[in-house]
Design a protein around this ligand. Structure first.
Ligand SMILES: C[S@@+](CC[C@H](N)C(=O)[O-])C[C@H]1O[C@@H](n2cnc3c(N)ncnc32)[C@H](O)[C@@H]1O
Length: 272
């Protein structure tokens, strides 16, 4: 089988690390996500996944983050059968396959054109009301084309840190202004995480740069009337940490008690 050659660099390349994390997790007998489609995609690309610096601990961390966002998305769709899902910076994430929404859900996977091109080559096409959008999320046009008729959940995993704060704010305001109501689900780096970004092999080796760090999740509540924080889960204290190898679990426990380090990353849920 000819493998797809990877020509992506920088921000776009980082999605191979998260894909690989879910693939590594899927090989474990105690897999958190069981994302076998990720493993199949990994086998179809010619890429040195050693560049990602993935360990068993970081792979479980990526899978736990994805599972938290899957669970919140599923809970939203259970409450709103007719809804829109904006899955922004989708990369090669198989969230739509894992959640398998009913045909009454409109689902958009959005990422840069070169990423969407690769996605079309590597991942199965989901059935139902599904669309891929090849655009930067900061462009204005793509969102204007999404009907504003339904409650909307925007899921943005591994995105905000690549945006400048003003871009993130504008994106959040465009979404909350446009739809009648819904939720925003995303992860953030704290400012210490941004300062220590060169210690993250997937970021360093892809030549990507992280910009926006958020230390106070309540800050975002002021960006739109009625925008309210529902949950803030620390990355060092995610549900399911027991799936990590002992050494990884111990270092998370230590970090969870160190000022600065305990807020190195968070997964956030807001309603609007
Ligand atoms: C760390 S990866 C995460 C990918 C995916 N969410 C996952 O968890 O596997 C970062 C992703 O953000 C995307 N990205 C960053 N900035 C973007 C922008 N302005 N517009 C669209 N996608 C963006 C990159 O192309 C890449 O797919």
């Amino acid at each position: 089988m000819d493998r797809e050659k990877i020509t992506l660099t920088g921000t776009q390349e980082t999605m191979l690390a998260t894909l690989y994390g879910r693939a590594v997790d899927s090989r474990s007998p105690h897999s958190v996500l069981g994302d076998h489609t990720a493993q199949e995609a990994v086998q179809r690309v010619a890429y040195d996944f050693g560049k990602t610096g993935m360990t068993e601990t970081t792979a479980v961390g990526i899978a736990l983050r994805a599972r938290q966002l899957d669970d919140w998305t599923t809970a939203f769709l259970a409450e709103h059968q007719k809804a829109t899902v904006l899955h922004l910076a989708c990369g090669l994430d198989t969230r739509v396959h894992r959640i398998d929404p009913s045909s009454s859900v409109r689902w958009l996977d959005v990422d840069y054109p070169d990423v969407i091109e690769l996605r079309k080559q590597l991942l199965p096409q989901p059935s139902g009301n599904y669309e891929m959008v090849a655009s930067s999320v900061t462009e204005e046009a793509w969102l204007r084309d999404v009907p504003d008729d339904r409650p909307t959940v925007a899921v943005m995993e591994g995105l905000t840190m690549y945006l400048h704060k003003e871009e993130g704010k504008r994106l959040i305001q465009r979404i909350t202004d446009r739809f009648p109501g819904g939720q925003l689900l995303f992860d953030v780096y704290g400012s210490l995480g941004i300062r220590l970004q060169k210690m993250v092999p997937a970021v360093r080796n892809a030549g990507a740069t992280l910009h926006w760090g958020l230390d106070d999740p309540r800050e975002i509540e002021g960006w739109h009337d009625g925008l309210t924080l529902m949950d803030a889960v620390r990355s060092v204290d995610m549900p399911g940490m027991e799936a990590m190898p002992t050494t990884g679990r111990m270092s998370m426990k230590v970090m969870a008690h160190l000022p600065g380090f305990k807020d190195v990353g968070r997964i956030l849920r807001y309603r609007f």
